[in-house]
Write a new protein. Sequence first.
Length: 245
Amino acid sequence: MSGHSHSANIAVKKAKADAIKGKIFTKVGREIAVAAKNNPDPSTNSKLADAIAKAKSVNMPNDNIKRCIAKASGELSGANFEELTYEGYGPAGSAIIIKTLTDNKNRTVDYVRTTMRKHGGSLGNAGCVSFTFTNTGVIVIERTPDLSEDTVMEYALDAGADDVITMDDAFEIHTSPSSFSDVRKYLEEKGLNFFEAEIKMLPQNMITLSGDDLAKFQRLIDALNDLDDVQDTFHNVDLPEDEEE
């Protein structure tokens, strides 16, 4: 249960960089508020507990998390947010999945489609690229001198995880989506610190872009992530580490 994961290689740097971006807090905060809308108790609402874990992994302060939960019974009580997923192609045939959270489907699809076209991409039909991705729970744990690989492996197996990938500065644990909440909770109870904790769409195969194609692709991903309604983007491009920071 070991190997190489480029996504884990850059997870630590990415998590630290994301933690200082207010936009990240806004997006994660919306996930928390929507998850808490019908049940603000994370002990009985696994979706909310998962959203809180994601917030903590990007160092969102506890006071911010509490305010987001409070919003669920206030300004969001009458809002009807939908989780919508779009699929399409970027430069050089790259595959992109776009996860959104919106209260206006027409606005969101228009913004996403326009952004894709502007940067050399195009939206496709549902399922056009998702069959090349695997929905996977990903938990990236800080590797410290007092945390051995054997210990993490034991915890992961006991928790019901599918795989553990050992890196120089982190451990990446993979789970099925249905097991993610239980595995995350178990590892939290063991006192482990997360750099990342969420369900992601992982590509089954990566592609490499260079030159103009790489630059265009990065501009497209940046533009999509800047959209207020976009929560996450997943793709199959093996980006250089300095591009991920």
